[in-house]
Ligand binder design. Structure first.
Ligand SMILES: [Zn+2]
Length: 302
């Protein structure tokens, strides 16, 4: 059963792209599965806690009845597959751990998709190591490498720092606002490094990975939906029509990710947040570190 995975930098629009694609009659979006599946006390987008949501209760019971592994073990292994520190070992090794996990994940995907009658699962956990694991060990996987202009990504992070919410980096939050220039430098370098790592996965498994520019959904929807349909082998015309006509879309039972999911419906719009202010100094910093990939992805430097 097909497993679609969205990878890329945080704040690149993955939550909304994930939710949008989940409106396809062929695709079932589960949100950020890696971080979400072990947190049964966290909210599902249906408004119930995951442990009280019938959708997840059924999947969990079905999984445990058909498999020797319990849900918690499976969640733990899934979290491990998303950790960046294993990137090199995933790249070079052929470990039994990953082979077994791929089998378990296949079973999980089958159970979930049979329940909803769809043909592809969509997970937007973003971690490059998970993308590498799926590309290498899960035969029917497709990786969407979502990229967004680094100004947009960094402006979003800058807004959080300005509001006192700190800077999140590698699962930790740094709260000193005086260190904003340092955080923003780290952010620019990580945009470059993170996207390069995914570029490496594409280099190894070219048929499994496709670069998708977030901005294209707004500026040239016909092009991007056609490209995605071909890559995923799934007709996305209905979604394209809903997006271009501004029709409301719904969230399913998605877990993990940010709070946007907790609305009942949403209208897809790529211009939201475009004009977030950010000092020119940071824009210069971004260009110093990110220009090679900016050029490669077709973003203007000036
Ligand atoms: Zn739910």
């Amino acid at each position: 059963m097909k497993y679609i995975y969205i990878t890329g930098r945080g704040r690149s629009g993955s939550t909304v792209i994930d939710a949008m694609l989940g409106n396809s009659k062929s695709i079932e979006s589960v949100g950020e599965l890696v971080s979400g599946m072990g947190r049964i006390n966290a909210m599902c987008s249906c408004g119930k806690m995951m442990k009280d949501c019938n959708y997840w209760i059924e999947i969990r019971n079905d999984f445990e009845s058909k498999f020797s592994k319990n849900w918690d073990e499976f969640s733990r292994d899934t979290v491990k597959s998303g950790h960046i520190k294993y990137f090199l070992s995933t790249l070079f090794s052929n470990s039994t751990f990953y082979k077994v996990l791929a089998k378990d994940t296949q079973l999980f995907t089958k159970i979930l998709l049979q329940g909803v009658g769809k043909k592809a699962l969509l997970d937007s956990s973003k971690n490059p190591n998970r993308a590498l694991f799926l590309a290498k060990f899960y035969s029917d996987s497709k990786i969407i490498h979502l990229v967004k202009h680094p100004d947009g990504v960094a402006a979003s992070k800058y807004k959080f720092i300005g509001r006192g919410k700190g800077y999140k980096f590698l699962r930790r939050t740094y709260l000193n606002p005086k260190l904003a220039p340092l955080y923003m430098t780290v952010e620019a370098i990580s945009w470059m490094v993170g996207n390069s790592m995914i570029g490496l996965i594409k280099w190894i498994k070219p048929d499994k990975v496709m670069i998708v520019k977030y901005e294209d959904f707004g500026s040239r929807p016909e092009f991007i939906f056609k490209k995605l349909s071909r890559f995923l082998d799934i007709d996305l015309t209905e979604i394209q029509n809903a997006v271009t006509n501004g029709h409301p879309l719904t969230f399913g039972h998605t877990i993990g990710g940010n709070g946007v999911r907790n609305e009942e419906t949403f209208v897809f719009n790529t211009t939201k947040g475009k004009k977030r202010p950010m000092p020119a100094f940071y824009k210069l910093l971004i260009r110093i570190f990110c220009w090679p990939l900016m050029l490669l992805y077709g973003y203007k430097i000036i």
